[in-house]
Ligand binder design. Structure first.
Ligand code: ATP
Ligand code: MG
Length: 434
């Protein structure tokens, strides 16, 4: 008998890696809670029509990536229903919003989800057929402020905070505006005309998109097509006054909050119902699959699937890609303890235990050394395991002023004991991270 294996594009997650998955989910839940989001869990399969209408027939997802089947009819009179494993979760959340009349409260709904999604794509590093997304949506009646550019900026600021708290350094936020539905129609026509002489020189997918949905040409990843795409007209020149003002307000709020971003004129995203703000966070460590997450505003989505007007904005993070990024960062700079407490002489061991207890209770990760070690040995042990060494000799104990050496910067600082925990909690510079 042939041995059975996990299906192509699916994987088993085993310990110790699952600990990293759990850590990511714990940090995400804690950040979502601080921004007052609640969790939603929608079914893993839905009526196929939801994705056809909610994601868009012409998208890659719906046209070629979905796992769809006809469910067996229960009675002769019943028609078999077409069902699909969810390829993304926004359509399901908006369906649930409509089905449970969540708009009736008159308040914004702030919902997050964590769970598996399914797309029949060519498996490669960072791209699987079953993968996990962590996402969130802010949706509600316009009277609740759901169209406000402040919502967009708040979601982006939350994402910057979440990535920072995960320890993912070095991300880039790309942002753009695809304008209103009318702006997009206008831009699609501009593109269609511009593509007539160019499309024959492009890949087969682009030749098709140039006719069916010219906007999608901007998503093309074929290297030879990139110089051609760079010459195409920009969507920014097709935006009306209101869309321009909305985008300017989003970037002004990001500037005020100190969230860095770059304008990417080609960022249009894969859902047909995106309006106005679109964004992506990328990371250099991911290689070809460099998008950590993507999202945008979808002011027309609820109506497209038969609901009331309910503007919204949301995102989905690729959890598999967060794991890959963290693994790469941690391999390059293994996590270190916040401090190594080094007693100078065995007689200071008890006082060192008391100091370590104080710091650990303040939430710091602390290695406790041994007073019997020579100073050189303490320094070597500390340099291997911690970001800083705290030296506790008789003088320090009496004066209450401790000497702290930072290994990344090689700086030595005198810190009063009462301020030590706060000093050590400050982010690492350079070498290593928590
Ligand atoms: P990509 O350009 O990488 O195909 P996408 O535009 O299809 O991404 P979205 O549909 O917006 O992505 O999904 C949001 C995020 O989910 C992506 O940024 C990525 O991190 C992750 N993701 C999407 N498809 C996959 C997949 N097949 N395997 C793993 N992660 C994925
Ligand atoms: Mg994709």
């Amino acid at each position: 008998m042939t041995t059975l294996k996990a299906v192509r594009g699916t994987r088993d997650l085993l310990p110790p890696e699952t600990a990293l998955w759990n850590r990511i989910e714990t940090v995400a839940r804690s950040v979502f809670a601080r921004y007052n989001f609640g969790e939603i869990r929608t079914p893993v399969f839905e009526d196929t029509a939801l994705f056809a209408r909610g994601v868009g027939e012409e998208t890659d997802i719906v046209s070629k990536e979905m796992y769809t089947w006809e469910d067996r009819a229960r009675a002769q009179s019943e028609k078999p229903q077409s069902l699909t494993l969810r390829p993304e979760n926004t359509a399901g959340v908006v369906r649930a919003y409509i089905e449970h009349n969540l708009g009736q409260t008159g308040e914004l709904q702030k919902l997050y989800y964590i769970g598996p999604q399914f797309r029949r794509e060519r498996p490669q590093k960072g791209r699987y057929r079953q993968f996990s997304q962590i996402g969130a949506e802010v949706i509600g009646p316009a009277s609740a402020g759901s169209e406000s550019p402040l919502r967009d900026a708040e979601v982006l600021e939350m994402l910057a905070t979440l990535l920072d708290e995960l320890g993912i350094t070095g991300w880039t936020l790309h942002i753009n505006s695809v304008g209103s539905a009318a702006d997009r129609v206008r831009y699609n026509e501009t593109l269609r005309e511009a593509l007539v002489p160019l499309a024959p020189k492009m890949c087969v997918d682009c030749q098709r998109r140039a006719v069916t949905n010219p906007l999608r040409v901007l998503d093309c990843k074929v290297p030879e097509d990139q110089p051609i795409i760079d010459t195409l007209p920009r969507i920014a020149d097709s935006l009306d006054e209101a869309s321009l003002a909305h985008f300017a307000a989003v970037t002004a709020a990001l500037d005020a909050a100190g969230v860095p971003y770059t304008r990417n004129h080609r960022l249009v995203r894969g859902l047909d119902y995106y309006t106005r703000t679109t964004f992506e966070f990328t990371h250099g460590g991911l290689g070809a699959q460099n998008a950590l997450l993507g999202g945008g505003r979808y002011d027309g989505l609820s109506e497209a699937i038969g609901g009331p007007k309910a503007p919204g904005i949301g995102f989905a993070m690729g959890e598999d890609r967060l794991v890959l990024t963290l693994q790469a960062l941690e391999a390059a700079a293994p996590p270190r303890a916040d401090a190594y407490v080094a007693p100078l002489g065995e007689s200071l061991n008890p006082a060192a235990l008391a100091l370590a207890r104080e710091l650990r209770r303040a939430g710091l990760t602390v290695e406790l050394g041994e007073g019997g070690f020579r100073l050189k040995k303490s320094f070597d042990a500390a340099d291997k395991t911690a970001r800083r060494i705290v030296i506790l000799g008789e003088d320090e104990l009496q004066s209450g002023i401790l000497t702290v050496k930072d290994f990344a910067t090689s700086t030595q600082t005198k810190v009063p004991r009462a301020e030590l925990a706060a000093f050590l909690a400050a982010p690492a510079e350079g070498k290593g991270h928590k």
